[in-house]
Design a protein around this ligand. Structure first.
Ligand code: CUA
Length: 181
């Protein structure tokens, strides 16, 4: 038994109703408005970052991060064994994402600028700096480069805001901002 009679089952031959056309037009127009708003949000509310993006192999990114850690490690975080790195002001700084950690922990100086490189060694993660609420997608094979100038000292959390598996909720990192030494 069919819900519609045989004649009406060929619905795609029916002419479009005026209201349907109106809703389709509204959807398309709204899509275009939101597309344009991507640019507007860069200026209003500081929602979209003006980051740079480059292609990079995960192995190469891991190598660069390791090099920075070897050079500028100052201590380890508690008993976790995670290195805390104090890179020189103005330098290129690396944070890698992998299941399920942000590595290493950074110690930055207030008022200094750093080029922060972000990439993933496995799959997609979401870098979310709290409580600043700065968000950026982190993908393998690409590095996102953001220039950051911490304006307040203290402890900042990095949470992962893209679901990345069973350990997603444990994927937290940290950035310390200290007064200039
Ligand atoms: Cu990484 Cu969720």
């Amino acid at each position: 038994m069919a819900i519609l009679s045989t004649g009406k089952r060929i619905w795609w031959n029916e002419p479009l109703h005026g209201k349907e056309i109106a809703w389709i037009a509204i959807s398309i127009l709204w899509g275009l408005v939101m597309f344009g708003a991507m640019v507007v949000w860069h200026f209003i509310g500081e929602q979209n970052l003006s980051n740079e993006a480059y292609r990079i192999e995960p192995d190469r990114f891991a190598e660069r991060t390791q090099k920075m850690v070897d050079k500028f490690k100052v201590r380890e975080e508690g008993k976790t064994g995670i290195p805390v790195v104090h890179p020189p002001a103005g330098s290129d700084v690396y944070i890698l994402a992998r299941l399920w950690e942000w590595w290493p922990i950074l110690e930055l100086e207030k008022g200094q600028s750093y080029r922060i490189h972000l990439s993933s060694l496995d799959w997609q993660h979401g870098f979310s700096l709290q409580p600043i609420n700065m968000n950026i997608q982190v993908h393998p094979n690409y590095e996102m480069v953001v220039t950051m100038t911490p304006s307040q000292s203290g402890e900042f959390g990095i949470v992962c805001n893209e679901y990345c598996g069973v350990g997603h909720h444990t994927m937290v990192g940290k950035i310390y901002v200290v007064d200039k030494k």
